[in-house]
Ligand binder design. Sequence first.
Ligand code: C2E
Ligand code: MG
Ligand code: MG
Ligand code: MG
Length: 294
Amino acid sequence: LAKGNGKGGWQRYQSDLHTAMMQRLEMRTALYEAIEQEQFVLQFQPIVELIDQKITGVEALVRWQHPSRGLLGPYHFVEAAEESGAIVGIGDWVLREALRQFTQWKTENPDTTLRYVSVNVSVRQFRSADFGDQVRSALAASGARPEWLLLEITESLVLKDADKVLADLKALRAMGVRIAIDDFGTGYSSLSYLRQMPVDVLKLDKSFIDDILHSRQQHALVDAIVTLSHNLDLAVVAEGIEEAGQRAALDAMGCRYGQGYHFAKPLWPGDVPAMTEQYEPYPAEQQEQPQRQV
Ligand code: C2E
Ligand code: MG
Ligand code: MG
Ligand code: MG
């Protein structure tokens, strides 16, 4: 490194390292302050039935209302939060707030089509000693029913310490909470391996959906995953649907659920009830849907 740059290159390298360290330290401090000062906010993105676009669930997505930089998406801070450990506190807040808000919607409108709120759980948060207690306590504080909560975990979590993760997932499932694998297809797990895990839902990553209309291979792959998932008794949510054609193709494959800008972007909480209620069920007889329900 810095070969041929002489002393100056090395010094610059050292000072860059120092700057990076300082930035990490500042970020860490800022994240912990943000938790204390409640600078995090949630948006909710609808998850719909592909057949009629009825909204059946919402995914809670965290944002940071930064005092000077404005509204920041997770891309700007989730990795740093994971590295510094702040994600455990942020995740706890997200879980509580998502359940509080969702319970309020269910209470205000008991006939709502909303059945669940989906909450992202980071690896570090899941592995923290008291994650189970976090969930139990958030459910109790909000009065939410456990079936209303879908926890989104990633493949990477399942691939390490499988026995411990398996036991923890079983304990969550025993509470009545359900589990989804987020971004499926971006990691290294296989469906047959996943099936040994107590998992209810597979969220197929956007990168799989992007090309289904233009690549026969990609179409065939998604088709096969959907069929296999259903045979394994997993529900499937296709992520990142941006076009009507993708919706139609996935529906034709038998994929039952979807999420993406084609239906709705992440919404501010105040906009969720109106968006949900604008749905009108088709009067015609519904098509039979034998697959597993989320
Ligand atoms: P994710 O869990 O896979 O969430 C879906 C992301 O895709 C969201 O980005 C959403 O806004 C975006 N998205 C949805 N539909 C479309 C579409 O049609 N086109 C495109 N281009 N994007 C779409 P967002 O909100 O920026 O979140 C990014 C990631 O940050 C999430 O990916 C999740 O991994 C993480 N994240 C979000 N909230 C939390 C949280 O509370 N805790 C943790 N640990 N991670 C979170
Ligand atoms: Mg997610
Ligand atoms: Mg996802
Ligand atoms: Mg994704």
